[in-house]
Design a protein around this ligand. Structure first.
Ligand code: ZN
Ligand code: ZN
Ligand code: ZN
Length: 228
């Protein structure tokens, strides 16, 4: 009476549960054996021949909507934090960078506006606001417990931290540039581009990323967009 042991198992390709008898084992290049239903078997064998693996799923690019192997698609983070999945060519045009058209090759065409920010280290702005020493290094922008913003040399900054009067030390621009890998006279476009590149690497959803790496990149970007 009992439906004796029609044993069923899932196909590793499509995930359907079918009778065990209908599953065929296919050995993939990495030595892994996958169980396939009759429909998936030819795909698995073809994949094995090409030296790829069965679970190469395909997905649509959010840009051109064409279908690509998932491995070819990459995440693009827009300025508002939206993550799009894009094929290589759409990713290069990076919708979020909105001015990213022809990003490469126009390195020399930076629009003059970049060099006008050099006044950065004019006059007494390179003096430590504490000890009044002239400093050649970039000063630390320190916020104190009484909510003043001071520009301190590293000595005074260390001093202030020791006295416990510091509530915040802004990342120095020199460090921020290092984080994003940009030059001092970086254009806004290039800066945004560099930010997007680094976010892709540092985003917590990525293997290469983490919460702290992501924050560092964001802080660096914020710092460099900051006028002072
Ligand atoms: Zn299947
Ligand atoms: Zn695309
Ligand atoms: Zn000082």
């Amino acid at each position: 009476m009992a439906v004796v042991g029609e044993r069923r198992a899932g196909c590793d390709g499509c995930g359907r549960t079918i009778s065990l008898e209908d599953l065929t084992a296919v050995t993939m290049p990495d030595g892994e054996r996958v169980a396939c239903c009759p429909e998936c078997e030819p795909h698995a064998r073809a994949a094995a021949r090409k030296g790829s693996s069965l679970d190469q799923r395909r997905a649509a690019c959010d840009g051109c909507t064409d279908t690509f192997l998932e491995a070819e698609l990459e995440d693009v983070v827009l300025s508002d934090g939206t993550v799009l999945t894009c094929c290589p060519s759409c990713a290069a045009e990076a919708p979020g960078t909105d001015v990213g058209v022809g990003a490469e090759g126009d390195g020399s065409a930076t629009d003059g506006s970049a060099d006008t920010t050099e006044s950065d280290d004019a006059d007494d702005r390179t003096r430590c606001t504490q000890c009044r020493e002239w400093v050649t290094e970039e000063r630390f922008r320190v916020t104190t417990i009484d909510e003043r913003t001071e520009r301190l040399c590293s000595g005074c900054k260390a001093d202030a931290e020791e006295r416990g009067i510091v509530t915040d030390v802004a990342m120095r621009k020199i460090e921020a540039r290092e984080v994003l890998g940009v030059e001092r006279a970086v254009s806004d476009d290039r800066l945004r581009e560099a930010f997007h590149e680094q976010v892709k690497r540092a985003h917590p959803d990525r293997k290469s990323g983490s919460e702290s790496a992501f924050k560092l990149v964001r802080d660096a970007y914020d710092r460099l967009r900051d006028e002072d």
